[in-house]
Write a protein that binds this ligand. Structure first.
Ligand code: ZN
Length: 479
């Protein structure tokens, strides 16, 4: 086994990973803000942190991992008020959808799921600590953090603080990189908004104090790993450090690990560009959860991931290749005996796999170790050189792989059915077919024949036959 090394955003370096308490990893992940369905960019980060926790467990660590659900922030308050619903009522649908998405994507549950709204008192106490140490000031019923008082402000994101204006404040939970400003720890209630009556006054917590308070409550004052998307490094994580370290005088996080952005077909994902996809959009188009998980996991987390439909198609084939190989091991009868060279080959693959993941979670290298082995083993099987004596070790290696990547088990159909897609309950609805037909027409128009063929295939699998007419229109019927 290889020494585990990870990139720490705080130091900007690759460092050996050694937890504070031997054998135990205390880890925190910023979870979703539950005001909408999760999109593939969100799940790039959630799949990354899942691979990380699975690998650490594989290497024998006990995990104490917390993921929070931000169920109160600016957008939730505004959306809930607009919908005429309470916060809990409004967010519950998205909380349940997120849990279902995690199950579908084989993202393991952390040891603790925590809701911000159930930990308001811890946030209030942390703010009181900061008040006592004079890191705060009040203004119009809100409480702000004075960032000039925290001399290490900016150490995570390396933000340039030369233009910083003392006393310049920001009330939004999310703000731009250029504006390092005093941020709200506690916000005074606005008319019609949800608020809590507390010892520091009526109001609601800012987004940043939520994570500091919940991380320290469940994991202690110094935690091993904090993960999130790179877009959270500033201001969110910078502010978490400022709050936590000012309150305790201790280092808050030992390893900060951030996943890079995801692009879609080379562009930033945005609703206005029409390239914005929730997981459910893709499942509705007939893509499998295993393929999506594979596609998101296959690019090392610190590299930008360019999500493409070609790539997703390749991921589908890659998963298929692995499942076929697993089936071959299980079902075929090989000549009896052992072959030393193959036994060595399997040991090398397992070692390369571990080396890849140990090297700052280099998933591409770990996958290459698996696929190189599969290719060679398939050739050996075709030539009749693979022996029965190697089946068990090869299966053990696949099982190790599965503990981290979790794509071998062929349960996509059940998962999709559980989410309300596909299944055997009958043919897809007309509206869904029309939507796919229109997408195929659009693909043909832009001469993306791979995509148009793929959609034809998806429809065919679901019992729909397409007939292209001379005038370029298309008819469809059920088989
Ligand atoms: Zn957070």
């Amino acid at each position: 086994m290889h020494e585990i090394q990870v990139h720490n955003t705080l130091s900007g370096k690759i460092e050996p990973f050694v937890p504070l308490e031997a054998g135990v990893v205390h880890m925190y992940t910023c979870g979703p803000t539950v005001y909408d369905f999760a999109h593939i960019g969100n799940f790039r980060t959630f799949v990354f942190q899942d691979i990380l926790r699975r690998f650490l467990k594989l290497r024998g660590f006990k995990l104490i991992h917390v993921m929070n659900l931000t169920d109160v922030d600016d957008r939730i308050i505004a959306n809930a008020a607009a919908a005429g619903l309470g916060i809990r009522e409004y967010t519950e649908k998205y909380v349940q959808a997120f849990f279902a998405d995690c199950r579908t994507m084989s993202v393991e549950s952390p040891e603790h799921w925590i809701r911000a709204t159930e930990n308001i008192q811890s946030m209030v106490e942390l703010i009181q600590k900061l008040q006592k140490k004079t890191y705060t000031y009040d203004s119009e019923g809100s409480i702000y953090y004075r960032i000039t008082k925290f001399k290490d402000y900016g150490k995570l994101s390396k933000i340039d603080l030369s233009g910083i204006q003392a006393g310049a404040r920001v009330d939004n939970d999310r703000y731009e990189k250029e504006s390092a400003r005093d941020f709200a720890l506690w916000k005074a209630p606005k008319p019609g908004e949800h608020f809590w009556e507390t010892t520091i006054g009526p109001g609601r917590p800012g987004w940043h104090i939520e994570c500091s308070a919940m991380a320290m409550k469940f994991l202690g004052e110094t935690i091993d790993i904090h993960t999130g998307g790179i877009d959270l490094a500033f201001p969110h994580h910078e502010n978490e450090i400022a709050q936590s370290e000012a309150a305790t005088g201790k280092p808050f996080v030992r390893y900060w690990m951030h996943a890079e952005h995801l692009l879609v077909e080379g562009e930033k994902m945005s609703k206005s560009l029409g390239n914005f996809f929730t997981l459910r959009d893709l499942f509705g188009k007939g893509y499998k959860p295993s393929a999506l998980r594979f596609a998101l996991a296959s690019v090392p987390y610190r590299r930008q991931l360019n999500f493409t439909f070609d790539g997703l198609q390749q991921a589908t084939s890659s998963v298929e290749r692995l499942r076929n190989f697993a089936a071959r091991l299980k079902n075929e009868k090989f000549p009896a005996g052992k072959q030393a060279a193959m036994a060595e080959r399997i040991a090398k693959a397992a070692s390369d796999f571990d080396a890849g993941l140990s090297d700052d979670l280099n998933t591409a290298q770990a996958l290459a170790a698996m696929f190189d082995f599969v290719r060679e083993a398939n050739i050996a099987m075709d030539k009749g050189e693979f022996r029965q004596g190697e089946v068990k070790t090869a299966q053990e290696f696949l099982a190790t792989f599965e503990k981290v990547f979790a794509v071998l088990e062929d349960n996509d159909a059940e998962k999709l059915e559980a989410l309300g897609y596909g299944g055997n309950e009958g043919s897809p609805a007309d509206a869904e077919i029309e939507k796919l037909v229109a997408e195929r027409q659009a693909a043909r128009k832009r001469k993306d024949f791979a995509e148009s063929d793929r959609i034809r295939e998806v429809l065919s699998e679901r019992g729909i036959i397409l007939e292209d007419t001379k005038d370029g229109s298309v008819r469809w019927k059920r088989k």
